[in-house]
Design a protein around this ligand. Structure first.
Ligand code: NAD
Ligand code: MG
Length: 394
């Protein structure tokens, strides 16, 4: 029996994870759930999975939840605050931590899991993108295991030669990692209309059902930019070794091209329960609840070159990768602030990339030193991005 902590249990990945866990009560037990809001959904999860602990990051919703649990006579301790969160993640009973908080907010608990040597299922790409080597070193030093949940990286992991897992591309005989991107809801929209798109339009993804922040990232292709950086860290690849190809059907989740001309692809219906089940049970396989893929029912699988004029965020991500140091953290912070402004109708869709470019130009990018330095850069980038948004608000 393995004890699981879910960071971000009320979100899209959190809910899919609980769905998979519920299919295997003999293998997994929910030790703790962590979320920021959606107390009703959290309460339902508590009733179903009976975790020992729940951590709600803000005090007021935590108190509301505590009272409701007391009234229902459920034995579950509700905690709040960063220290409690780190303690729960690092508890000796915990085997697996699903890192599915959205954004930089997930960095500290995921780092705590790394230091405590847990098996980390990483959905929270922003944590790795912003901290890079600092996070990977914590994984190594803590004796933790890192498994990718992002469907593309999970696909690449599955296509990596088994005897070269953890080895760099050159050792594995890999020539190219090819990340597929659906292209999001605006792949065919006339460029002149992008200026006017609304948050709801940006969040209606054609193939995946996800949280609002990653949905906007998919519409700008910044999601793919973050994933290029994520792939470089996870697989020890250089920017030149990672390509992006548009694949609107989201059936091929990514590909690895080997020196001998072989191209290995991982396919499946677009449902995150597949990578979640894969990483949970790896190296074994378990049921995920995902419908079987029937290729005879698909009209076509298309692959296209990315239009860089339509998707300037992808170029910005490659630039940050080349710049190195803290540039990826600046890129990530500026993107989080800009996407939040767009979702709250304070910034136009097409200005998201402008805000990120302007922030990257203003925050210098020395090499990453300590965690404190990284957090200071993240905070500085957020302030500058906020100013850039104000300049464009008029
Ligand atoms: P979501 O918005 O649906 O859920 C986010 C979860 O994080 C919620 O439970 C929320 O309460 C929690 N949360 C937010 N801020 C928090 C904070 N400060 N402290 C504690 N908890 C906090 O997001 P999602 O779509 O599930 O995505 C989660 C992560 O997984 C993101 O990093 C995303 O990039 C990644 N991811 C998601 C998908 C997908 O299909 N949804 C696919 C690949 C990767
Ligand atoms: Mg992905």
């Amino acid at each position: 029996m393995q004890n699981v902590v879910i960071l971000g249990s009320t979100g899209s990945i959190g809910v899919s994870t609980l769905d998979v866990l519920a299919r295997h009560p003999e293998r997994y037990r929910v030790f703790a759930l962590v979320a920021r809001q959606r107390i009703d959904r959290l309460l339902e999860q508590i009733c179903t999975f009976r975790p020992t602990y729940v951590v709600v990051t803000e005090a007021e919703p935590a108190e509301t939840l505590r009272n409701r649990i007391r009234d229902m006579r459920i034995a579950c301790e509700v905690l709040t605050g960063a220290d409690a969160l780190a303690a729960v993640v690092s508890a000796p009973e915990v085997d697996i931590v699903m890192a599915a908080i959205v954004g930089a907010a997930g960095l500290m608990p995921t780092l705590a899991a790394a230091k405590a040597g847990k098996k980390i299922l990483l959905a929270n790409k922003e944590a790795l993108v912003m901290s890079g080597a600092l996070f990977l070193n914590a994984v190594k030093d803590g004796g933790a295991q890192l498994l990718p949940i992002d469907s593309e990286h999970n696909a690449i992991f599955q296509c990596w030669s088994a005897n070269a897992i953890g080895q760099a591309p050159s050792v594995a005989g890999v020539e190219k990692i090819q990340l597929t991107a659906s292209g999001g809801p605006f792949l065919r929209k006339p460029l002149s209309e992008l200026n006017e798109v609304t948050p709801d339009q940006a969040c209606s993804h054609p193939t995946w059902n996800m949280g609002r922040k990653i949905s906007v990232d998919s519409a700008t292709l910044m999601n793919k930019g973050l994933e290029v950086i994520e792939a470089c860290h996870l697989f020890g690849a250089s920017a030149e070794q990672v390509d992006v190809v548009i694949h609107p059907q989201s059936i091929v989740h990514s590909m690895v091209r080997y020196l001998d001309g072989s191209v290995l692809a991982q396919m499946g219906n677009p449902d995150m329960r597949t990578p979640i089940a894969h990483a949970l049970a790896w190296p074994e396989r378990i049921q995920s609840g995902v419908a079987p893929l029937d290729l005879t029912q698909m009209s076509a699988l298309q692959f296209e070159v990315v239009d860089r004029e339509r998707f300037p965020c992808l170029t910005l991500a490659y630039q940050a990768l080349q710049a190195g140091g803290t540039a990826a953290a600046v890129l990530n912070a500026a993107n989080e602030v800009a996407v939040d402004a767009f979702l709250n109708n304070r910034l136009r869709f097409t200005a998201i990339s402008d805000v990120i470019a302007a922030t990257l130009a203003k925050v210098s990018a020395p090499t990453i030193g300590s965690l404190a330095e990284l957090l200071a850069i993240d905070a500085e980038a957020r302030l500058i991005a906020a100013t850039q948004i104000q300049l464009r608000a008029a």
